[in-house]
Design a protein around this ligand. Structure first.
Ligand code: FMN
Length: 158
């Protein structure tokens, strides 16, 4: 059976997992829940957030499960260049989708808040929404951002 496993720190990836689950009629589980609910015969859509260009828990999931595709949730705006970088940094050899999450400062501890703010200050060529996101936080989660992964799953696997 096809199942969604997600890893989320501040909630954006969980939101995407819920929407995708609804649209594709697939169950979704955190990594902890997956221990009892997912086995090696299942096929996995793995959604996780990006921390310093790395997809959290990817290695752990790759070792344990049969992954069909990855959805990586980050705060930066989408670009082909960024997608390529992520693929290289994370050794992606399967279908890969970037899903813009956002920033929720209320759920970050002080050192992480400072780190993210510094990244925001040093980042060049920010559009106005991205500027606002780094200043106050912003949530970009939308069904539209999931369109590609939904299409891929419907055509190839469901
Ligand atoms: C310490 C830290 C490092 C981050 N590094 C990146 C990054 O390299 N690229 C990116 O696009 N977003 C980065 N982000 C932003 C998160 O990926 C973003 O907030 C995402 O929506 C978090 O998903 P979640 O709410 O499911 O935890 C970083 C956030 C934190 C706190």
């Amino acid at each position: 059976m096809i199942k969604i496993i997600y890893e989320s720190k501040t909630g954006h990836t969980l939101e995407y997992a819920k929407i995708l689950s609804q649209k594709l009629h697939l169950p979704y589980y955190s990594i902890k829940e997956a221990k009892n609910k997912v086995n090696e015969n299942d096929k996995i859509v793995f959604l996780s957030w990006i921390c310093a260009s790395k997809i959290k828990e990817k290695d752990k999931i790759d070792k344990k499960y049969n992954v069909l595709c990855y959805g990586a949730v980050g705060a930066y705006p989408y670009s082909d260049k960024y997608l390529k970088e992520l693929k290289i940094n994370n050794k992606i050899d399967k279908p890969f989708f970037y899903l813009r999450g956002g920033l929720d400062y209320s759920k970050l501890n002080l050192p992480k808040k400072i780190l993210v703010k510094l990244v925001g200050i040093t980042m060049k060529n920010k559009d106005s929404k991205t500027k606002e996101m780094f200043k106050k936080g912003y949530n970009f989660v939308s069904l539209e951002n999931l369109e590609e992964i939904i299409k891929f799953m419907q055509i190839k696997h469901i």
